[in-house]
Design a protein around this ligand. Structure first.
Ligand code: NDP
Ligand code: 2IT
Length: 445
């Protein structure tokens, strides 16, 4: 490996020993940009890679709240302001018990590259808390969100840092946080959060954007390789925001979605997923996906990871990081999968990705294929600044064009470096080149 690259990677592994997800994310990017580094000896002297992999700022804070029994609970809040190179820090907030510094940093790091690919003026950040919204009352969620924002507000602003949703944070949570921000700051600053409700500054199509964008990207990737989406059997892990709207667009495009999952199990319905029922269970009742088989008695309920054992043409991991491992990749390949589309962030382990690419499976990398969510967040910010709203069709069309452009950037970068249809490397190279150029231009900061 290139000496400078190796030195930086060794240092990162040493300095962040306990942060396995962060090391995994950096490792993937740095390894795949080696051909670019080889051409730029000047990067070492200006510590370009060291600066790109060190967050500008990492904030942690206490988040106390009182639960319905009157007991005080304390959680840890985070905001990683990773890079403001090409715009205000931008990225979601995750509320999940697994949240820790490593997960925050991996997500923040990935976000810099993803946001660069969108072509829009947004830097990279991420935040969240180890709070688990599951099973909590609306009152508990509101009090937690208010406490979280009471601290976070001093670090964000529509031209500084713009959070949005992620796992466990949807329109309800954004609403409570927006209300508290506005109350403390005593001003209407519409663009300080995205994913807002439509009644107070949200954008049409933001809710659908990540899932729709994933399918637009898949269409471009398949078409470019002489295939099409129509009629393809598809499995989608997760049953949250990304999974549901990926399923909706997939069905609209004539794909045959036969399985979805949540953190406890997976449903396999050969007749095609009944998405209205999934929405009712997950979006309205906030229940378990297992409820599905009470209505569709011929559908099967399996373990979550069994979703990758189902024979399918296309697999869309849309739940969480490292949910698809080498063993799963081997099963998918054995069963004839042709393409994987990452809706979640880093859902395939390093070994799984390598195996899939080695077996000529088309892989749509998360940084590129799930960028439609944050891109539409940036369109929400523009609308807030303009004080004018676009129609659903206008936003959706912009989203579609952005996804086409992102696919083309990945493809062109991969071709330029003779990487065939390795869009994983293509995405990393395309994003890195843009960031490196901006970094060189802005001096040592
Ligand atoms: P949601 O909270 O809406 O949904 C997450 C879904 O994944 C739920 O169905 C959840 O199950 C399931 N899930 C979570 N953790 C696990 C786990 N450990 N094992 C199996 N299933 C799990 O989140 P989103 O849909 O917003 O996010 C999903 C992924 O997409 C994340 O990786 C996120 O970072 C990424 N992403 C999200 C974007 C967005 O705009 N929202 C944009 C780009 C990427 P259960 O219902 O049981 O909790
Ligand atoms: O991972 C992601 O890109 C998101 N969770 C969406 C971020 C955003 O700011 O809309």
């Amino acid at each position: 490996m290139n000496r400078y690259l190796q030195k930086v990677l060794d240092e990162i592994r040493e300095k962040n020993k306990n942060e396995k997800e962060y090391i995994q994310a950096v490792d993937e990017v740095l390894t795949s940009i080696e051909p670019v580094i080889e051409k730029h000896d000047e990067y070492e002297n200006i510590a370009l890679l060291e600066r790109m992999t060190e967050p500008e700022r990492l904030i942690t804070f206490r988040v106390p709240y009182v639960n319905d029994e009157g007991k005080t609970i304390v959680h840890r809040g985070y905001r990683v302001q990773f890079s403001s190179l090409i715009g205000p820090y931008k990225g979601g907030l995750r509320f999940h018990p697994s949240v820790n510094q490593s997960i925050m940093k991996f997500l923040g790091f990935e976000q810099i590259f993803k946001n660069a690919l969108t072509g829009l003026p947004i830097g990279g950040g991420k935040g969240g808390s180890d709070f688990d919204p599951k099973g909590k009352s609306d009152g508990e969620i509101m009090r937690f969100c208010q406490s979280f924002m009471t601290e976070l507000q001093r670090h964000i602003g529509q031209d500084i840092d713009v959070p949005a949703g992620d796992i466990g944070v949807g329109e309800r949570e954004i609403g409570y946080m927006f209300g508290q921000y506005k109350r403390i700051k005593d001003t209407y600053e519409g663009g300080v959060l995205t994913g807002k409700g439509l009644s107070y500054g949200g954008s049409l199509a933001r809710k659908e954007a990540t899932g729709y964008g994933l399918i637009y990207f898949m269409r471009e990737m398949l078409n470019s390789n002489g295939q099409s989406l129509e009629g393809k059997t598809t499995v989608i892990s997760g049953a949250g925001n990304v999974a549901i709207y990926a399923c909706q667009k997939a069905q609209e495009f004539g794909m045959n979605v036969v399985a979805m999952s949540d953190s406890q199990g997976c449903i396999y319905d050969k007749n095609g997923i009944d998405l209205d029922l999934i929405k009712q269970i997950k979006e309205v009742e906030r229940g378990r996906i297992s409820e599905y088989i009470k209505v569709h008695k011929d559908a099967q309920y399996l373990e979550s990871s069994a979703i990758w054992e189902i024979k399918t043409d296309i697999a869309l991991p849309c739940a969480t990081q490292n949910e698809l491992n080498l063993d799963d990749a081997e099963k998918l390949v054995k069963n004839g999968v042709i393409a994987i589309g990452e809706g979640a962030n880093m859902p395939c382990t390093k070994e799984a990705t390598e195996y899939l690419l080695a077996h000529k499976i088309l892989v749509a990398p998360a940084k590129a294929s799930n960028a439609g969510g944050v891109a539409t967040s940036a369109i929400e910010m523009s609308q807030n600044s303009m004080r004018y709203y676009l129609t659903f069709e206008e936003v959706d069309k912009k989203l579609e064009n952005i996804m086409i452009n992102i696919f083309n950037s990945c493809k062109i970068a991969a071709e330029e470096y003779n990487l065939g249809n390795n869009y994983v490397a293509g995405a990393n190279i395309a994003a890195f080149r843009k960031l490196a150029k901006a970094m060189k231009a802005q001096g040592i900061v």
